[in-house]
Design a protein around this ligand. Sequence first.
Ligand code: HEC
Ligand code: HEC
Length: 290
Amino acid sequence: MKTAKQRNDNKRSQLAWLIGSAASGAAVLSLATIALYPHQSHPQALVSAKVVKKAAKPAAHGTSSREPIVYKSPPRSLIPQGRQLFAEDCQTCHGPSAEGSVRAPNLQGLGAATIDFWVSTGRMPLADPTEQAAIKPPRLSHEQQLAVSAYVASLAPGGPAIPSPNLGLANLSKGESLFAENCAACHTITGVGDALANNIYAPSLWAATPTQVAEAIRTGPGNMPRFGPGTFSNQEVDDIVRYVTYIQHPEDRGGLALGGVGPVAEGFVAILIGLGSLMVAGYWIGGRAQ
Ligand code: HEC
Ligand code: HEC
């Protein structure tokens, strides 16, 4: 027969064991998540937070207008500079008049927003044409991006000009529900991004500027669907862009800012703190059972 104290001790060590396994299970899970999605982990979040701080101010010509989004063609005076840049950086793959080749698609008629998106996110010029074009620091300066966009847009009509969202006119809660319904399936509700299929991934949205978010929505880069004016009004695009800038700035939510490294890094810190307390509880109960 066991004494009451022994039974009690037994329960305690079982409890300690349970808590211990829960804690290590959670640790393994979070490590696995980080190993599986390296491109979404901490350093990128840090970079994003920095880039975004600069980008968050709405563009000057967007704020003075009463329109939720103003579409502006890049200045035609930049076309000669753009022609030159295209010959140096793009023509080997896209052909001398952007008509396309076996190496790369036709760019004629895509419009300035598409060109600006691919160049300003550093996806183009491409180094390795076999992989999904990666987001990297842009090779071309802002003026050069506009110049290449102006040149390609001048070759054939079609496609949207470059959008400037006016975040002052946006509705955050509408943006959140639109994002939940139309974007979260691929990018997740925090915008951290996710693996899709066949090595394709929906990237993190934490580094995208308001213009790039509107460009992505209106032009549908790569495997992302395009959401034209028949799907979303300019007001709705503006609302979604507002939501994306909101998830880029966790301090705006009134919670702990933790240096603004982003919701996932914060979630990770929360897991660590949670794990720490579980372990302490486990040791304490285990220790008492001796
Ligand atoms: C090494 C070859 C290569 C070079 C150099 C290159 N591209 Fe590309 N480009 C590609 C390939 C391949 C794709 C298709 C990639 C994809 O869909 O992910 C592409 C896609 C694009 C797209 C998207 C087209 C679409 O249908 O949505 C744009 C815009 C673009 N390139 C612009 C440029 C510009 C501007 C330059 C020069 C600054 C450039 N590219 C340089 C190979 C190249
Ligand atoms: C079916 C999945 C899917 C859906 C739905 C989707 N996206 Fe995407 N998105 C992608 C993929 C894939 C890319 C990367 C394209 C590439 O690089 O070839 C992307 C790229 C982007 C980018 C560029 C990020 C960067 O920094 O370069 C933004 C911004 C974006 N999406 C926003 C949105 C928004 C906003 C919505 C909802 C209106 C949305 N996406 C819906 C799959 C999706």
